[in-house]
Design a protein around this ligand. Sequence first.
Ligand code: KG4
Ligand code: ZN
Length: 340
Amino acid sequence: MEDDKLILAIESSCDETAAAVVKNGREVLSNVISSQIELHKLYGGVVPEIASRKHIEKINQVVEEALEEANLTLDDMDAIGVTYGPGLVGALLVGVAEAKAIAYAAKKPLIGVHHIEGHISANYIENKELEPPFICLVVSGGHTHLVRVAEYGVYEILGRTRDDAAGEAFDKVARAIGLGYPGGPKIDKLAKEGNEKAITFPKAKVAGSPYDFSFSGLKSAVLNYINSCHMKGETVNEADIAASFQKAVIDVLVEHAMMAVKDFGNDKLAIAGGVASNSALRAAMQKACDENGIKFYYPSPIYCTDNAAMIGVAAYYESLKGVSHGWDLNAVPNLKLGER
Ligand code: KG4
Ligand code: ZN
């Protein structure tokens, strides 16, 4: 249709090189993701220099595939969306340079997108009825934010982590019990075989900031527990550690999310980011929402972890507000949510 708005979106903020075509902000026509996980696994985490180099190798191919899969050409696009922060500066630069080159050559508007805004917007893809205002818990490898989405593109951060992100805690604990990178999905799986009540780990609260999170104490408690078992010559039950650690994280996430939804007079909660694909978190959040009469929204796992479809959705809603960027758009590694 003439009025359809098509956006080619690019995401390269961490270790996935991704491109997607999104129609009218809600329909994903293609979603291509080239993951570097296998490469970074060798080092136990993302190596920024390697990530940038790999993005350069892959980006053209991923963009071409996204257009091909959507059965469309660059000419058909109405705008080019790209993540310009936050993230690894070298990795972000590859996507930003690619998007600028394409937008300039094809004479299309360029729309820079905040990565977290992308994660939140992933909820619009499969939940066609979801509209702001709602509360969104963003839990990824780099971020833990409790956000009030006042309207499209308008965010109020209610709480954030004071130290480690939720995903980072999963990754560090996974490494400590020998599960490798990325730890989240592995802990999710192993926890199903463990007893979540076997070990009581601390659930940190931040004095005076009821919506904030802190996970570094929990991570240290897990490491101390493992060390003390070793010192006493006791065997360590990895599955029990995974289940008990996961429960400690989830209890806090659920408690804070429920409090935010109640305090802000809202009956809608969404979750987003890589950790949002955690099966126990989804189940616990669903239960709490059901008990409190709250509607619960979450993206499919493929839209939880980094992808470009979510960037296309966010770019669409930014474009409706008239947002576009100039050729001086730069990567901003510590971009704040709500900044342009
Ligand atoms: O959103 P994402 O792909 O990247 C960032 O923007 O950070 O999130 C990646 C994070 C990693 O820390 C990974 O361990 C975690 O999400 N993750 C999970 C699960 N799947 C991915 N954490 C817990 N359970 C999962 N099933
Ligand atoms: Zn992310």
